[in-house]
Write a protein that binds this ligand. Sequence first.
Ligand SMILES: [Zn+2]
Length: 633
Amino acid sequence: MDDFKYIVDKFADIKVVRYRVDGFDKLNLNEKLYIYYLNEASMCGRDIIWAQRNKDNLMIRKTLENVIKTCTLDKNSSNYKKFIEYCKRFFFSIGFMHHYNDTKFYPEISRKYFYELLSHSEIDFDINDVIELIYSKNSDYGDILKCSVNDFYEGVSEKEAKDFYHKLYEESFNKNLSFGLNTKLINYKGKLKEKTYCLNGLYGSCIAKIVSNLEKACLYASSDDERESIELLIQFYKTGDLELWDQYCIKWLGLVSSKIDYINGFIEVYNDPIGIKGSYEGIVELIDENKSEITRIIAENALWFEENSPTDKKFKKKKITGVSANVVNVTMLAGDSYPSAPIGINLPNSMWIREKYGSKSVSIANLTEAVDYSILEEVNSSFDEFSYDKNDIELKKKYDIIASDIHTHLHECLGHASGSLSKGIRGVELHEYQSAIEETRAELFALYFLMDDKLIDLGIIDNKEIAKVFYESYIRGGLQVQLVRLKLGEDVVQAHMQARKLISTLAYEMGMSDNVIEKKIKDNKTYFVVNDYDKLREIFGALLKEVQRVVSEGDYNKARELIENYAVKVDLDLHKETLERYNKLGLKPYSGYVNPDYRLIIKNDDIIDVKVEYIDDFLKQQIDYGEYYSFLK
Ligand SMILES: [Zn+2]
């Protein structure tokens, strides 16, 4: 395994890597089968995320799959290769909108050639319709729901949707429910109506497959809690009842001693412009006992961090309930978490459950490792290019990796779980700015404590140089390096990127008089250097205090001001220079993953083992998934 190659493909601005599932082979057969069926359940919802992302997505995807399988034109031509590149981008982004910055991308071949391709293939749809969808320009103007490419709403304006859910909330006996999380809101003959995602409702044919695999997983659960949790999830999928969803989340939250865990359902609301609709997601995880030692220490001390954070006393949690944190290795990524995936997750999202029962967070070690090791397979490094001080650079790179792991733990396990809301605030008041401000809050919490003596006392880091290296690379990232993810002239729109931009820009500005962060020019190249780490930490603290207030009080105007003034706009000259320097390195700014395959080994009609096979062909995996897991028309 030592010659394991991580990078399996590179195209456009994307690098695809594979991850290892160390530890799987040592599990017993029951555990392996539990994972196997949870994996299958996750994969069976694949078409749901495709349908949610765009109403025509499945039609286009199936057409592209068929061209790849049946086209009779020359497959060695440069045009065909460009077509394949388009397909890879399309599969990677779950549609024609860039997976991260939500702008539409187009094939680098003419419509005429595209038409040729389709007419020389076995296609089930109208060729002109498909081509029009691929090449048409999206309208960016108008109501944010009506021009949204997602399929969460149909014929409904932003105001109508917000009013609808406000009324539902007002009229409901149980005000805690996540109204609208698992439905599509449509305008049916002038009346607003919800279509529920459930067994006999929308996406029912996928849900039936998810349920049948969850039922099989139940047979191999290793405790009553594991089984009961899955049974609640099955009931939720069958009925679409949000009360059951909350019950399930509470039960799932209590699964803290399980070796195997999973995320499955309609979870994150980032894809909905107004943050109501949950995207389908499925992840299966194997807990890494050794690596979880650090996160456990952090979680056990959560109250100390809360009490010692620079936030206003009235916005602090009085006690910390049920915060648990693990380091895991994923065995399967699916739905909205594939091929692009998060490296840390904190759930459930429901505010009342978090306050009353706590939250569970995970940092995903094998994904982080895959990307870290893939960097070593590259000739050049952006760390080298953009850091001003090249002394001890190998040591700094090592520190940067250690620190970013710890930063992720602090962000997920403490940051998102910290703070409390003022009375009457539900945590949705910041609307379109909620996600970015929430990420900012968690980032600041992590940054502030990364350089705290407490981390050394707890034995989490052994010196402050580690934190300093990270501060430097964080600021560099937020002000400069992350711009490589944008095309020249584009704004920053993604929540996590906005958070980094907001924090670094404000820190730069606030520390200007003391020269805390300095912009230096050497050989016509721009660098950002931190001169005073302690002052920078103070600035992070002051920012955290204010951002916590904004969240706690639901201060929409301040949230808008922060985001619009500091998180969106990019300095054009700096952007241009950064792109030129980066493009010479031959690197890709985004990464995603291929999953391993899992194969049942059968002997005399009995399953005797489950084998992991590492896949090294991204396109083939997409085509295979299209064959095995396609349940929607
Ligand atoms: Zn976060």
